[in-house]
Design a protein around this ligand. Structure first.
Ligand SMILES: Nc1ncnc2c1ncn2[C@@H]1O[C@H](COP(=O)(O)OP(=O)(O)O)[C@@H](O)[C@H]1O
Ligand SMILES: [Mg+2]
Length: 274
């Protein structure tokens, strides 16, 4: 029902990390959640999906109307969270998105996915290529992780000016400080300039996600980092409800029921698209 793009044209700023932990929070609150991995590197798929050979998207075939995007959605290790596996070649994804937008079918595709999921978190590729450009215009909310340094803040300005120029009344853009080290003077100064932006600290717990291949909420549920993601998600969810894009999450009782189902051997897929 709501599509949230996690985007910054710069690479290595924490997009994938944020997308995975927000998706975990959304699913933990009982939402049917999809993490749409749109980066050809497939980092979020690698962390969240057990399969060694998840069904990679074939953007050229999809562009020619062959096959179905649903075939590339797989259950993750987390109950209630599915992953849409990316195409490897970003140029082919770009061509497909241009084609979809030209035929005014991108909105329809998103609506089709939104019917099956309460929350869609999109892990965007770096750069302001065709895929990102088209997506930014259809997302309901844009979250921009920003490393507190002058050049990184410029990435946020690029997002803002692109969306304003092309969409006019645009989706809310939420900047989030990422990889913050409060001992560093540049970081401290940036935080002082934007005291209302949420802050994700630089921690080894978050770094370990790549080796443990699990969200922080699973690795270290009581850690400060897990609490930060939890609070951030609550804020985002409240915003979505305020925008009337989402119903309040069904809550933990529902999740417990689903976990019991999963343990009993039922398929974990939040909502298979058929
Ligand atoms: N808050 C953090 N603390 C420690 N390491 C982090 C943090 N956020 C991201 N990282 C690490 O930084 C690297 C880049 O993060 P990633 O989320 O992949 O960025 P992007 O998707 O923007 O390229 C990864 O190795 C990730 O584990
Ligand atoms: Mg990434």
């Amino acid at each position: 029902m709501a599509a949230i793009a996690v985007f910054n044209p710069k690479g290595g700023v924490g997009k994938t990390t944020l997308a995975i932990n927000l998706a975990w929070e959304a699913a933990a609150m009982g939402n049917r959640t999809l993490l749409w991995d749109l980066d050809g590197q497939g980092d979020s798929t690698d962390i969240l999906v057990d399969s060694r050979q998840p069904p990679r998207m074939d953007a050229t075939r999809l562009m020619h109307g062959i096959g179905d995007i649903a075939a590339h959605i797989v259950p993750s290790k987390v109950a209630g969270l599915d992953v849409l596996v990316p195409e490897e070649d970003m140029r082919r994804t770009d061509n497909w998105f241009v084609h979809l937008a030209q035929q005014q079918r991108l909105n329809r595709l998103l609506l089709q996915i939104k019917e099956r999921y309460d929350r869609i978190i999109i892990d965007c590729p770096p750069g302001l290529g065709d895929t990102a450009r088209r997506l930014l215009l259809v997302a309901d909310l844009i979250i921009v992780p920003v490393i507190p340094a002058p050049l990184a803040v410029r990435g946020l300005e690029r997002v803002r000016s692109y969306v304003v120029q092309n969409r006019g009344r645009h989706a809310p853009i939420l900047p989030v400080f990422s990889m913050v080290d409060r001992r560093r003077s540049l970081h401290k100064a940036a935080l002082r300039d934007h005291p209302d932006w949420p802050v994700i600290p630089m921690t080894s717990g978050i770094e370990h996600m790549t080796s443990r291949k699990l969200p922080v909420g699973r690795i270290a549920p009581a850690s400060a980092a897990a609490k930060v993601f939890h609070q951030l998600w609550n804020g985002i969810d409240a915003k979505l409800c305020q925008m009337r894009l989402a119903r309040a999450a069904p809550g933990l009782a529902n999740l417990a029921a689903r976990d019991a189902q999963a343990k009993a051997g039922a398929p974990l897929t939040a909502s298979p698209m058929r």
